[in-house]
Design a protein. Structure first.
Length: 278
């Protein structure tokens, strides 16, 4: 196999991953709080060939000396676009949208018995009964507990007549003619949201901060539940731009087809050379 075919085959594999990511974005265009993912490509190792034997040829040269023969491209990383999506009014009591693009809800997840705090912008919450009865817990659509300002799941005694979430995150329930604060939804600010890693289910997790040289307090900062941090009865929609995704899809498909054509033409040329030799 020639170097050209290797380059094309390697690049096609990485372009397929980009196509999968574009499809994932388009499939989640209606998912509340979903953040668009963008791929970043980088070149693989290249070989430097010095073909300038005459110093006079180097005069007035604007490009680097020699020839650089690469081995294809790779998917260097995936970046999340954290811009705020459009806000849609639902008039549902437990639908909440955050006002600041760096603010996140805290969600408790469990994996093999290990509890982990993850983060989301999806404010469509639900009340699920807990074991033993007599109380309900505020959860996501997947049943993960929503953490309160104190870092613990929000549990509300059952038997209330109405419920609402105020702009400062307080959950107020009505029992007869009495209103009481049953809990407060915790909100944190992620100072460097670009380092968040998508973990599935519209959730994000923190990478190994020690490896990146950050302290937990530098990245995650709890917010004082004052002022208008959120808006009730509203959901933040996905920030996916379908027109842009379609454009990226067509460009990536053309790049894929170009590399596939490169392999086909190289194979034909090698076959022709073998025929001439015989």
């Amino acid at each position: 196999m020639s170097r050209t075919m290797i380059q094309a085959a390697v690049t096609m594999n990485q372009l397929q991953q980009k196509l999968d990511m574009i499809g994932h974005n388009m499939a989640n265009s209606q998912t509340p709080g979903y953040k668009t993912r963008r791929s970043e490509f980088s070149s693989l190792l290249k070989q430097q060939i010095n073909n300038l034997n005459a110093p006079a040829n180097e005069e007035n040269r604007l490009t680097p000396e020699g020839i650089r023969v690469g081995t294809g491209a790779r998917l260097g990383g995936i970046a999340n676009n954290m811009s705020i999506g459009a806000l849609q009014t639902t008039n549902r009591a437990l639908d909440v949208a955050l006002r600041n693009e760096n603010h996140f809800f805290q969600i408790q997840t469990e994996n093999l018995g290990v509890l982990e705090t993850q983060y989301t912008r999806d404010g469509s919450f639900y009340l699920n009964p807990i074991q033993g009865g007599g109380a309900v817990m505020l959860t996501t659509a997947d049943g993960h507990p929503v953490l309160g300002q104190n870092g613990a799941p929000i549990i509300i005694q059952d038997g209330f007549d109405a419920i609402e979430v105020r702009d400062n995150g307080q959950i107020v329930v009505e029992r007869g003619n009495m209103q009481q604060v049953a809990g407060t939804i915790g909100v944190v600010e992620i100072t460097r949201p670009h380092i968040l890693e998508a973990s599935g289910g519209n959730l994000f997790r923190l990478p190994d901060l020690d490896e990146l040289g950050y302290a937990m307090g530098e990245i995650v900062q709890p917010q004082a539940m004052q002022g208008q941090l959120m808006e009730s009865g509203v959901l933040e929609q996905s920030n996916v731009d379908l027109a842009e995704e379609m454009s990226e899809l067509l460009l990536t498909q053309r790049a894929y087809q170009f590399n596939a054509r490169t392999i086909s033409m190289t194979d034909q040329m090698m076959g022709l050379i073998n025929q001439l030799r015989s």
